[in-house]
Design a protein around this ligand. Structure first.
Ligand code: OXD
Ligand code: MN
Length: 611
């Protein structure tokens, strides 16, 4: 393996060096620091994809899948120590600790820079450093953000090509002096003289570091997902949330979808749920047959991230800053999410799923288990062997444009106008199927206190609820209380406010049985939400918000769902809610130093309404 120190004078002329001197200087300096063997500017072309995927196959990182059943698709197996985001190694290095807040890890930026500069020194020895110009959001959107990721991982380059606008079109946009977010990434596995390369290089020590004031990301040691595809969680959420606070918009961990009612009216909504609440399935929901016959249609704009700003219509407008899905594979099937299965039918990278004998892919919940597989660690697998075939966090990286119900406006630079924002969580008790906030501030309170129950709770009491305000706990680039304050502040600049709702698909009866069928039937809840937004139906006022009654909630075609069941899933119990308010104490105490007074006041008002 090559390790001699590289003379940068000997490189072929670097494309665009003359065009953007500041970028060229940063690239050359970083290449020298990391001692990269060569530097490659990525153009985002098909040729480049073909060359890099061939190289990854040769390196053993990729296995090419069956060209008939999975055209232009690949399987990657990661190192078993590098399979997920590493929240405990994720840092927000603001100048002052208080600005990172109590829910983020913090270290002094100068100390972190010193420590990481040492790590990056020589970290790309024997490897190519790829220059990946990328744009989050449709390039002509007023919110579009350009970044440049320097990475020694070809796996990252090909994933980035699916996940965002990437390559020459972005360099063109950057011109000679455009500003960009510098993102430095190394897997931290230099190839010295006698070192043999491995299919998935990485380092046991990992750092995912954000400098929110100078808008920079430095990531070291991991090649997986959000740790390494820096446009996603690092730029589009953590750095973007800090930019958005300063510039009067919102970077949110939300899906964006459209609903067309039989009269042809289109309503767009966004939704934020904590993990494991079926966000992707809701984003790609296909209406049940009875709804399709009536003329209901659903479309998808984005499955993970929404950037929102007060648009020309006076409403909040939303864009999806990404162009691909990085979805969790297990549980995804033709039954649970046909749209996702279509989206990943070609041009897709699978990571840590199982390989079938026919060169296809399989994971738990995909279909009946084949008699033999190669599991995500590369070992033979047979049903009943006692191991999972796919890693629980195995993923598919698929182009969003391949989703059959992608919205025609999904790349509109002006975004889509939002009428409803939906929060929720996995709550076996307490939370009705759906209710509507009284107003914006009450809605922010609902989003701030949303969460999922982590232990089974007996009916009538609240279990351990992990609060995840707006599903942003691991993704907010600044203090969480200030972030909630920013939500309240936004109210002043939105002329036509979206309605805010809370949903809970997961309520159980005393025997632990789900009270609501979920999946496609969730469209019934969305119908109520749409009709509330259109002002077509009255809500029923309760102390917790507006709720549907049996007559205004469509159960037609929902075999055997009785009024008693509806009443059970919609039940508002004063006793449960008093327990809920008490249960919120820890959350309010944790954020006490910066929690907006309006939200404390919302809590008091809720208590007063309960009395
Ligand atoms: C994701 C996440 O991967 O939220 O989207 O963790
Ligand atoms: Mn996410």
């Amino acid at each position: 393996m090559k390790s001699e120190s590289t003379s940068y004078a000997s490189f072929p002329p670097i494309m665009n060096q003359a065009k953007h001197p500041a970028l060229a200087t940063w690239v050359a300096e970083t290449g020298a620091l990391c001692n990269a063997d060569s530097i490659e500017w990525c153009d985002g072309s098909q040729d480049e994809w073909d060359r890099l995927t061939d190289k990854l196959v040769e390196a053993g990182t990729f296995t090419r899948l069956n060209a008939q059943s999975h055209p232009n698709s690949f399987l990657a197996r990661s190192n078993p120590s590098d399979t997920a985001r590493v929240e405990d190694r994720t840092f927000i290095c603001s100048l002052r600790e208080v600005d990172a807040g109590r829910t983020n890890n913090w270290q002094r930026p100068d100390e972190m820079r010193r420590k990481l500069t040492e790590k990056f020194q020589g970290s790309m020895t024997g490897r190519t450093m790829y220059v990946v110009p990328f744009c989050m959001g449709p390039p002509d959107s007023p919110l579009a953000l350009i970044g440049v990721q320097l990475t020694d991982s070809a796996y990252v380059v090909v994933n980035m090509r699916i996940m965002c606008h990437m390559g020459n079109e972005v360099l063109e946009k950057l011109g000679t002096d455009g500003s960009f977010i510098p993102c430095l990434h190394s897997v931290g596995a230099p190839l010295t003289e006698d070192a043999q390369d491995v299919p998935w290089p990485c380092n046991d020590e990992k750092y995912i570091v954000h400098f929110p004031e100078s808008r920079e990301v430095w990531s070291y040691g991991s090649g997986y997902g959000g740790n390494a595809l820096l446009g996603k969680k690092c730029v589009a959420l953590r750095i973007a949330s800090a930019i958005a606070r300063d510039a009067g918009w919102m970077a949110e961990h939300m899906l964006i979808m459209g609903l067309e009612s039989p009269d042809g009216a289109k309503t767009y909504l966004t939704a934020a749920f904590p993990s494991a609440c079926g966000k992707t399935n809701l984003a790609m929901i296909v209406p049940p047959e009875s709804y399709r016959q009536l003329g209901w249609k659903t479309t998808l704009v984005g499955d993970d991230i929404a950037w929102l700003w007060p648009g020309k219509s006076g409403k909040l407008h939303a864009i999806n800053p990404e162009t691909g899905f990085f979805g969790v594979a297990p549980g995804t099937s033709w039954q649970s999410n046909a749209a996702a299965m279509h989206a990943m039918s070609r041009n897709t990278i699978f990571t840590n799923v199982a390989l079938t004998d026919e060169g296809g892919v399989w994971w738990e919940g995909h279909s009946e288990a084949p008699a033999h597989l190669v599991d995500w660690t590369g070992m033979d697998w047979t049903p009943g062997c006692g191991r999972l075939a796919a890693h629980p966090n195995s993923r598919f990286t698929a182009p969003a444009g391949q989703c059959p119900n992608i919205d025609p406006e999904w790349q509109n630079p002006e975004g889509v106008p939002i009428d409803a924002i939906v929060f929720g969580g996995r709550r076996p008790t307490t939370m009705p199927l759906v209710f509507q906030a009284f107003d914006w501030t009450h809605g922010v309170f609902l989003g701030a206190t949303q969460g999922s129950e982590t232990t089974a709770a007996a009916t009538g009491s609240v279990g351990t609820v992990r609060r995840d305000p707006m599903a942003m706990l691991p993704f907010c680039g600044y203090d969480m209380g200030d972030y909630l304050g920013h939500w309240l502040e936004m109210r002043k600049s939105i002329q036509r406010l979206p309605r805010i709702f809370h949903v809970n698909w997961f309520r159980k009866d005393a025997n632990g049985k789900f009270l609501w069928p979920g999946f496609r039937e969730n469209l019934r809840v969305l119908e109520w939400i749409v009709k509330r937004c259109q002002g077509k139906i009255a809500g029923h006022e309760t102390p917790i918000g507006w709720t549907p009654d049996w007559k205004s909630f469509s159960t037609e075609g929902l075999e055997g769902f009785s009024k008693e069941q509806f009443d059970a899933v919609m039940l508002f119990s004063r006793e449960d809610w008093l327990a809920e308010i008490t249960n919120q104490n820890d959350f309010f105490l944790r954020l006490y130093h910066s929690m907006p007074k309006e939200l404390m006041c919302q809590r008091e008002l809720l208590m007063a309404r309960m009395a």
